[in-house]
Write a protein that binds this ligand. Structure first.
Ligand code: IMP
Ligand code: MG
Length: 183
């Protein structure tokens, strides 16, 4: 699929599969150090974080629990609305837990700052954030992302969990979606 998709739908590859693999390893090592002798509950934000959760958790040589939340902020377009709705909540109580939110991308940061405040208000012992990608826009919002994979340009990207109308999540790399696909 790669060659055809890159030519027709993907303008250019922003982060390669190899770069993602290396980064996940590096982030997992940092987590192992930072969370040594501590509890770790990874909260994946559906659906974009599925690849990051699967890869990160397998790279961790320690116990880790995983839970999931689904929030909606985008609808089917390419711009953040700022309105956050919980579509699926956590299965368990997080009082006293050391929570790591795992996100695919921080764009406007609106979703994330809302989510972080929400989880903190439930009495978690700590709430940190890991995002595979961050766009420059995110700098404007006051939300601390402790672990960041790659800083990328503002273009709309897909792959490694990120979608456009539910497609392209399964691409093993991150690429800029060709304009003719959404305009
Ligand atoms: P934010 O609230 O603007 O930070 O964006 C929230 C969500 O929008 C992210 O978790 C993604 O699911 C989605 N999103 C933001 N930028 C992109 C993109 O370039 N491609 C695909 N989804 C994106
Ligand atoms: Mg997301």
């Amino acid at each position: 699929m790669d060659q055809k998709v890159i030519g027709n739908d993907i303008e250019k590859v922003v982060v390669t599969e190899e770069q993602l693999k290396a980064k996940v390893k590096e982030l997992a090592s940092r987590l192992e150090v930072d969370y040594r002798d501590r509890d770790l509950l990874m909260v994946g934000v559906l659906k974009g974080a599925i690849m990051a959760m699967a890869d990160l958790s397998r790279a961790l040589q320690r116990h880790v629990e995983m839970d999931w939340m689904a929030v909606s902020s985008y609808g089917s377009g390419t711009k953040s609305s700022g309105v956050v709705r919980i579509l699926k909540d956590l299965d368990r109580d997080i009082t006293g837990r050391e929570v790591l939110i795992v996100e695919d991308i921080v764009d406007s940061g609106l979703t994330l700052s809302w989510l972080k405040a929400n989880l903190e208000s439930r009495g978690a012992k700590s709430v940190e954030v890991l995002a595979i990608l961050r766009k420059p826009e995110a700098a404007k919002v006051d939300v601390k992302v402790k672990y960041i994979g790659f800083e990328i340009p503002t273009d709309f990207v897909v792959g490694y969990g990120l979608d456009f109308n539910e497609k392209y999540r399964n691409l093993p790399f991150v690429g800029v979606l060709a304009k003719h696909i959404y305009s």
